[in-house]
Design a protein around this ligand. Sequence first.
Ligand code: IYR
Length: 229
Amino acid sequence: MEQKTKTIDGFDFIAYNRETFSPEEMVKRSAEFYHWMNERRTVRDFSNRPVPKEVIDNLLLTASTAPSGAHKQPWTFCVVSDPTIKSEIRNAAEKEEYESYTNRMPPEWLEDLRPLQTDWHKPFLEIAPYLIIVFKRTFEFKSNGEKKNNYYVAESVGLACGMLLAAIHQAGLVALTHTPSPMNFLTKILDRPENERPYLLIPVGYPADETYVPKLERKKLNEIAIFYP
Ligand code: IYR
């Protein structure tokens, strides 16, 4: 079909026509998607079973469909499958996490984490077939070397990560949103430039053969939403 276009103030626009659904069909589709997404859980026990690299490519392309401030797409995804780099990351992360769990996190925080049974040991950083380390690009370098800030960087990268997690779930894989703190060691290990800052470390793979997740409840609609009227 021919693509309708128009020019506004010298910029090209393309006609955008999406399929729409009847109210009944929308109710059904939205409920099905909710139930599907509600099955997603954060997993900490990974299998080392390999995942095709093409799947990872597709997941990242999906993440990169997220909206971003002025469409700057201020993200870089570093994908690590190299065992040497994975163990370097594990060692550095566990060093920081040991310090956090023993000296940096206040008792209230540790208490809040008890239902999740996390600790400073991070074996998944070596076991999961892929580690996706998401960097936010706080600024770009212009061709003359000057810096140019991006917009709504944390919001944009957060949206991309949400879409990445949905794509991982849709592929039948699991992930963990790991936040070693501080995480500047990732800049060094992955040799990233000064305009990028580590944002999230996401191991991706199959769950381990026997996997348990905490028995958690999600908030009810009336606890998360206020309707007017
Ligand atoms: N970053 C640590 C601690 C941690 C913090 C929160 I908030 C969590 O929801 C889970 C863990 C870790 O990754 O273990």
